[in-house]
Design a protein around this ligand. Structure first.
Ligand SMILES: NC(=O)c1ccc[n+]([C@@H]2O[C@H](COP(=O)([O-])OP(=O)(O)OC[C@H]3O[C@@H](n4cnc5c(N)ncnc54)[C@H](O)[C@@H]3O)[C@@H](O)[C@H]2O)c1
Ligand SMILES: [Zn+2]
Length: 397
């Protein structure tokens, strides 16, 4: 038996300008003559940054009243990791879906960062056993990775995405105008997933990123657009053609740097953004790849230098935390990563820029060496101030 899924990923600007038709076109593509009911869940910080957004949605729906109606007033919820850590958030969304009497063919339209999309997506996946979900990602990370995916979920027991569901969205609409109000911190954080995709799959993309760092970290729209489209393509190709969209096997080849990142986020009390933790995790696994003899020091230096030039801090005090058994707390991330995926431990490491491969064991003492090296690089950078980055990033000593 074969079961196939399809969902469009549309790039646009000014999605809720009344004359724009991309949103209404994807929403009504299966039943063009029906008047669809939709319930919007919107990220609070986005609404604070764009106070006119809710009115634009109302006006848009009114302009397309033949095909679309609001089932209830848009629900504005605090976004960021807080929504994934709030045990009541899903119940609250479900209560609204119930009160507005949405049926399985109605739409939940989620607008926000990756965290809000993950939480609202899980609520949609579990109401009526799966309602239609349209995602409008509004951060760089959500547009170049999270918003495109078939995964939804929230955090529990100090573990990322412990509760969740695989459920492909009905559609994804990437409106680059949303990025105009994004903080510099979140613009940079979103670069981590694009750098990750380049590192494991596409050396040319890595070279492009290397040249575009100043424009990207300054939030220049044309550079961000290029990066997001290329990263989105790599992620979508993996989902559509990678052979395991619902991760039934133990491998997660796109999750370079993630075993450590998923542990660093809760260890930091979610002070670290996902993208920031991924940057540290990639630096760690890059140094590990060198220590284990898989990767030459020269490409490793280029990787660490690119991450640092992009604005990432590659050292965080959580790397030095120890658990009650005296072992570095970060090491628990390996077992938790394996548990989340099931089966044999499978970690993506690097052979070269653009060339990831799967390893099934990591040596704890070499991980310790890599952590120590990151701390030394950090201390050297701190002491030397403006010294050339590549000297500070020397991975050999
Ligand atoms: N489902 C997946 O496959 C997948 C993949 C990667 C990451 N993720 C998840 O995505 C989350 C990270 O997402 P993120 O990086 O988008 O961060 P985020 O969702 O935490 O958002 C960061 C901050 O930006 C605010 N914000 C959102 N859009 C804004 C805008 N346009 N202007 C101003 N502020 C805005 C949010 O309210 C929040 O305060 C993590 O929970 C991570 O686990 C999921
Ligand atoms: Zn990620």
């Amino acid at each position: 038996m074969t079961v196939s899924f399809e969902y469009p990923v549309v790039f646009t600007n000014g999605v809720f300008s009344p004359e724009r038709t991309q949103f209404i076109a994807v929403l009504s593509r299966r039943e063009p003559s029906r008047r669809h009911r939709a319930f919007f869940v919107v990220d609070e910080d986005l609404v604070k940054a764009r106070p006119e957004l809710i009115d634009s949605i109302r006006l848009y729906v009114r302009a397309h009243a033949l095909r679309l109606e609001l089932a209830a007033d848009p629900l504005v919820l605090p976004g960021g990791e807080a929504i994934k850590n709030d045990p009541d958030a899903i119940a609250r969304i479900h209560a609204h879906l119930h009160e507005a009497r949405l049926d399985r063919q109605s739409f939940l339209v989620a607008i926000g960062g990756g965290a809000l999309l993950d939480a609202a997506g899980f609520a949609a996946a579990t109401a009526h056993r799966g309602m239609r979900l349209i995602r409008l990602p509004t951060t760089v990370l959500a547009q170049d990775d999270a918003g495109l995916s078939v995964k939804n979920g929230v955090n529990r027991f100090g573990k990322k995405n412990f509760i969740g569901a695989f459920a492909p969205p009905f559609a994804v609409v990437n409106d680059l105008d949303f990025l105009r109000t994004l903080s510099r911190r979140d613009t940079i954080a979103g670069m981590a997933e694009a750098i990750k995709a380049a590192l494991i799959r596409d050396a040319d993309f890595f070279s492009w990123l290397d040249g575009a760092v100043p424009a990207l970290s300054a939030g220049r729209p044309e550079a961000l657009r290029h990066m997001i489209v290329r990263s989105a393509r790599i992620h979508l190709r993996h989902i559509a053609q990678g052979g395991d969209p619902f991760e039934l096997g133990s491998a997660r080849p796109l999750d370079f740097g993630h075993w450590a990142a998923h542990k660093l986020e809760p260890l930091s009390g979610y002070r670290l953004r996902h993208g920031e933790a991924v940057a540290i995790g990639m630096a760690l696994d890059t140094l590990y790849s060198v220590r284990a003899g898989y990767l030459d020091p020269e490409p490793a230096e280029r990787i660490l230098t690119l991450l640092t030039r992009s604005g990432f801090q590659l050292w965080d005090e959580t790397l030095a935390l120890c658990g009650c058994d005296g072992r570095p707390a970060i090491l628990d991330g390996l077992a938790e990563f394996r548990e989340h995926l099931g089966g044999e431990l499978t970690i993506t490491l690097l052979k070269d820029v653009g060339e990831g491969f799967e390893a099934h064991a990591m040596d704890e003492s070499l991980i310790g060496d890599a952590v120590e090296r990151l701390q030394k690089i950090h201390a050297a950078r701190h002491d030397m101030g403006a010294v050339e980055l590549h000297e500070a990033a020397d991975v050999r000593s």
